[in-house]
Each structure stands twice: as C-alpha cells, then as structure tokens.
Design a protein around this ligand. Structure first.
Ligand code: SF4
Ligand code: SF4
Length: 336
C-alpha cells in the first residue's frame, strides 16, 4: 500500500524529532542561499532548490577535532575524541545527487583504514531523499547514471505530489523503522506525482571516458582545460563526493588539538613534499588528477564514480571550468 505525508506533517515530524533530541539536518534559508543546516523546527525546512553546499558535511565535517593534548607536570595528557559521541541524526530533503554520494564515500572510508568518525555518523544517520522537480543548466545527474528520482543512498524517499504532500517509499530498514515509529503522521494512499526535473545532458558513455583516461595521462587537453584553473578548491569543497582531508596539529607546546580538515587536489600545496618537491607542480596536472580520480582511479578501485552530476562545481567555478563539458569532450573523442 502506498504511503503519503502532508507538508504539514513532514514539518511536524521534524518538530517531534528535534524535541526528542535527534539532530535534524535539512535545507534551510541562509541569506540569499539555501544550505543543509541543523534545523531547530519544522518551519525552517526550505525544500525550494538544491542547497549551495552538498550534504556531505553531515558525515564529514569541514573540520573536526580527533584528539586534544595538554602538557602536565610529568608528560603529556592525550585525550581521544570518542567517535561514538556523535548524535543520532536525520538528514531530510537530501537531493538524489547528495544522497547517492553517501554510499560512494562509504567505500573509501571503510577500506583499509576504517574512519570511525565518518562511519559512526553514517550508522547513526537516516536519510530522507527528495525527488527533484526542477533542474538548472548545470545539473547533469542523468549523464552519470543517476536520475532526479534516484533512490540510491536514501533510507526513505519522498516524491512530491501534484496536489501537495509527498509519496513516501521506504528504501531500507532504517526508512521502515522511521515510518513505523511515526505512523500517525503518514497516511495510506497514493497521489499523482508532480512532473520530475529533466536535466538536459543525456547519458554519457562512462566506460568509454574511462578507456580514454586509461591511455591519456599525458594529453594536450589537460593544458587546454586547466591552464586557467585558479586552484581555489571551490569545486572540491562543494562536491558531495570529494573527500580528501589533511590532519594537522594546532596549538602550542602547552596544549592543542589534532584536527582533520578538508583539503583539495586543486590546491598548489596538496602534494607538496617536505623536501620542497611537488610531483604535481602545475595546475593542469592537478586538474587532471581531479578527473582521473573521479572517473578512473576510484572506478578501478571501487567500481564507483566520484561524481553524481550535481553541477555545483560548474556553478561555483570562478573561471568557468565546466566538468560536464570536459566529460562530453572526452566522450566525443573515443578511445585511440
Ligand atoms: S564533480 Fe562537480 S558535478 Fe560531479 S558531484 Fe562533484 S561537484 Fe557535483
Ligand atoms: S573551482 Fe574552478 S578555478 Fe577553482 S579549483 Fe576548481 S576548477 Fe580550478
């Protein structure tokens, strides 16, 4: 039996969970932008458009302390931050391009080293995904194998209905548990789905793109595209799938903290060695790494791509570098 929820009850669900002590994160107006932010009440939920930054911060904060240290009379006291201290969380209104990135990131954070900070947040988070009814010129999820109604990564999935409210589909056991725990807010029934967004780029041949990358580590294309790249890192910071970070001790001799902070392969010092040697010493080499990592290395390693076609890097790039256009160009080249 299909299940629906009204807009009012969706906001009531947030109120109920917030009162019960659950951390609820969802799209919220922030000045002229919409951002995924902690919500203190259902009325703050703003499902109007794609948030400016991705939802990855729910699992992978921009900066987090992993231990602190303090010099004592004899020796140094080191205190680990307990990853288990992260709260139960509901991420609500995640667009398919954001929700789908979460299981992609699971692969790297649970590979040789288990990142308990990331994994504990993933375990304790339920994701309510939301189908898109609007796309802009930068959206290209359909070109990378997703769609505006893709349920990957969601535990519960909402489809907007023509006459208001949402159809709810439980995708995982977590989604079923949420429905069961708040059954009074949901109703049996169906409805007519609102028309879905139609991102313009059609599907690309991603295997062909990977094949070209296999044989074109050196190619004039990298200079052509990336000579103008400013190395600002906006593309990586806004991306739901980019996940590089650095670990730095901050503080002084008496006390301080070890922090894990986002990093970006576009930054000039990202690969700088202590010796001063930098194996990627010019910007085209750094941009090449961005494309190679997303569409070859991660595929080779985990059989997944580090791009969900959200278009954020296209919207934000100060010099107009368009990753969808880059992929289209490679797609048009064929494998030589
Ligand atoms: S590479 Fe760009 S389009 Fe792809 S997921 Fe990241 S920000 Fe979105
Ligand atoms: S946003 Fe544009 S200029 Fe900045 S690092 Fe990315 S590709 Fe380069």
């Amino acid at each position: 039996m299909p299940i629906t929820i009204t807009e009012q009850n969706l906001r009531l669900l947030i109120d109920t969970l917030v009162k019960a002590g659950t951390r609820v994160v969802g799209p919220k107006a922030a000045g002229t932008m919409t951002l995924y932010e902690p919500l203190s009440a259902g009325e703050e939920l703003n499902l109007g458009g794609l948030p400016r930054r991705s939802a990855k911060e729910t699992f992978f904060p921009l900066c987090e302390t992993i231990l602190t240290y303090e010099r004592e009379k004899e020796g140094v006291r080191v205190t680990d931050v307990d990853p288990g201290s992260v709260p139960e969380t509901l991420l609500i209104g995640a667009r398919p391009c954001d929700a789908a990135a979460a299981p992609v990131l699971d692969a790297v954070f649970s590979w040789d080293y288990k990142d308990e900070f990331f994994l504990e947040r993933r375990r304790k988070t339920t994701i309510i995904g939301l189908a898109c009814t609007r796309a802009d010129d930068a959206c290209f999820c359909t070109a990378v194998g997703l769609s505006p109604a893709d349920t990957r990564g969601s535990d519960l999935f909402l489809t907007p209905l023509k006459d208001g409210g949402y159809r709810c589909d439980a995708i995982t056991g977590k989604g079923e548990a949420l429905l069961a725990a708040h059954a009074a807010l949901f109703a049996d029934g169906d409805g007519t789905p609102a028309p879905l967004a139609e991102p313009s780029p059609g599907a690309m041949d991603l295997d062909k793109i990977r094949g070209w990358l296999d044989t074109h580590f050196e190619d004039p294309l990298w200079e052509e595209i990336a000579e103008r790249c400013a190395g600002c890192g906006a593309c990586a910071f806004l991306c739901p799938a980019c996940h590089c970070f650095d670990i730095v001790d901050e503080g002084g001799e008496a006390k301080g903290a070890r922090r894990k902070s986002w990093d970006a392969c576009g930054f000039g010092k990202f690969t700088n060695h202590a010796s001063g040697h930098n194996p990627r010493d010019v910007q085209p080499q750094r941009y090449r790494n961005r494309i190679m990592h997303k569409f070859k290395y991660y595929v080779d390693k985990f059989d997944q791509r580090l791009c969900t076609g959200c278009g954020r890097c296209i919207r934000a790039c100060p010099v107009g570098i368009d990753i969808a256009a880059v992929l289209e160009e490679i797609n048009s080249k064929g494998v030589e």
